[in-house]
Design a protein. Sequence first.
Length: 862
Amino acid sequence: MLYPKILSLFFIILCMSILFPAELLQNGNFQEGAKYWIMNGKPGQTEFMVNDSVAVLKRKTATGLVRFYQNITVTPGVAYTIIYTARTEGTASGQSLIQFAKKDAWEPKKNISHPAFQKAVFSDFHYKFVVPDNVDTMRINIVAAGDNTSVFIKNISVSTDSRQAADKTASVQNPAQTGKNKNLQSGEINFSDHKNLLINGDLKKDMQGWEPELRNTADQSVRYNNGFIELTRVTDGAWCRVWQEIEITESGLYMLFFRSRVKGPGYAMAIIHHEFKDKGWDSKKNVNSGGIIDTGSEEWSSATAMTRIPDAGTVNKIRIGLMVWGNDTTAAYKDIFVIKLPADAKPFIEPLTMFRKARLPDPKQNVRNEILPRPRIFNYDPQKLALVKNQDTLGVRFDGCSEKENPGLKSAMALLAKRLDRLGKITISTSPPEYRILIRKCAPGALADYLKKTCSVTSVLNTEQLAQAYLLLSGKGSSGNLVEMISCSDIGLYYALSSLCQILEISGDTLQIPAVKIADWPQVGLRMQKVSATSGNEEIRPEIKVLPIMKMNIFALQYHQFSNPRSDEAMRELAKKYSSKNPMPPFLHTAEINIRAAKANGNLETLVYYSPFQGDDYFDFSREADRKQYLDLMHRFLDWGARGIAIDYNDWVFHGIWDDGRGSKLPMDEAVNFINRDIKKNYASSLVIWTPPMSYKPNDKEEWGYSGSITPDYEQTLKKIDRDVLVIWTGEKTGNALIVSPLAETSMADWIKKAGRKPFLWVNVGKGGSEFFGTLVTDLGRDALIFSAEKLPVDLDRYFSGIHLNYGAYAAKDGAGYTQDQLNVHALVSADYLWNPEAWDEPNAYARAKRFMEIMYPLVLE
């Protein structure tokens, strides 16, 4: 779980170049309410309405097709495109369905069903199809596919370009439905028009050209089956793939396309390896395709990968590997193409089964007054309020607080001072004759009253939420324009000032601010980002500075990979003396430095992950001396100022690796409880997290671990563990600890019921990202990724006690293939979602992240 087996699953480039000459739907933007749309469903059990240009189809319990629709006159053989934005609430999915008729006689065999969607946030969908012969009417249906489900649709359009010939038009129909192989075209690229660089890519010649590579022939197999390849993987083992090499003689952009269908819990993917003239095959330059999962049908899904070869003399070969990941999974492959794209190609990649494409924002989009993370309540008036002139002094007054006594407020004022200096060489006076900024600290109850009276906040905030909440108000006061910030904590005031810095601006020679009324608090109180901290301070110190302005409140330091973790302590004093010369000082030295640094800033809490089970001198919890030594170590972390500790079984303890059972010499519930009870006795407000083992199989009982559902034995273990212990869960069991599909409400509810607590969700996004991140961003480079939120629920606090992001901070150096800016985008859009998922939208989150990096990063990193 430290680093996923797959570093990235979705490397494609999106560049739309599509012209829609005619909009065929009436009232597709729903600005005229439900006009022109017809609802089909039993009254009382179904409901159709339009709220603020969003159509809502609600289905309680019903039979038959629950939908709303509109009919359009069409021309056979012509290509049409449907685009819409949609989301769902409830237990089932939504879907767009196209029906066809000839003189009002509907022909079900010609129906086109697009992939179902079940996403908590609005997502974009785009499908092309060709109207069949001998029809004159097309019906556009939006369907609620199951009971207790609501479908939300906005901006739906249907258009055509009659100049396109049917055999040259992209289609996302299932080849299994059409019986024809006309679907190899993706947008403007028709693969059949280009030379396929692969041998036997259509698989008409058995396995000719393809080389199997199975590392465990007892549990892995490959076979040829009537025009496609099937790979089966029963248990874990390295490669299970077939591959083919291609000589590279020309520079340019190369594209891999394939179709696959999957049976089982794993997924299918492809990988492009590169052979370099000077250093051979370089795994750091691998490019992976999108992943394809089991859809529950016989449908084939498509995926792509691209690689640019800048110098054909440097890269001699590329190797195409088709592989299956995950246990008990079979993946079939067909229609495999590798083509060199034309220099002017603008490929549009059709939506995949498990991934959605994102809209790329207009780079000129005006986000001058946006805040990241997006506030919960943000009332904005474009009227600008003047504060002071350039090179003048800005008066700040404190009420109930002092920056001299509060480290968090001191850090916040330093942030504001740097922002004002960069804007107009403006200085701050905290004892002025008159002031323009008022910073007020109050009691938690008083803040709750302010939120209610000022911004009509009716939500009941829990302790963690209220401690991070703030009000930010600007308007005309009795003696001039005034900005007021109110919170009940230092961190709340820090967050308020961080938001203020983002909306201050200079116009001419005047510092000004829009008139705003902001009430803000996080959706989930514990938002943690982890870094592997063993290697020292260089990779950690920037994170200590950046995380607070992102409003991530816990920084987890994970210490691992020790040969003798306890004996390293003996080097601590020596490391202190020679730390400037020692690039990898012992972990206790670095832990103390970083925990104390975060504590001194007053705007970030730390939590230490430490595995007691690594190395030759691991802790044996069945021995009292080892238990005492372990507790002494945890006390050190907490004495230095850490908010909590994690009992890190994790990947270090799992079935079949350490046969000595080092993680179970003392029953796990007893081990967790003796640690938790000692910590809570001596540090009452501290957090204790338990990371279960990756895989644990008691004798004659079902295997369990940190992912998947709770087995009976695991349930009994959890019932014995103290209820105030936070327990890590990585979501559905996928064999790689990645969240590969939306978390089902039933799975989350079942976990909570059996565990007797909400899970602390670990979101695995290792070096450079994983399939939790979605779309490539052209202007940040080939490997830049945007956070994709459809796999998480919107109401995070309902299902989780906290969120742990494992995004592999500062993994960009030393040829890992990703720039720091790209990783920063990952972190920023993630933080944006975790704070306020209800207001999160992908293109604006990206735009806010870019603006945030320009404004805020220099304030803490320069």
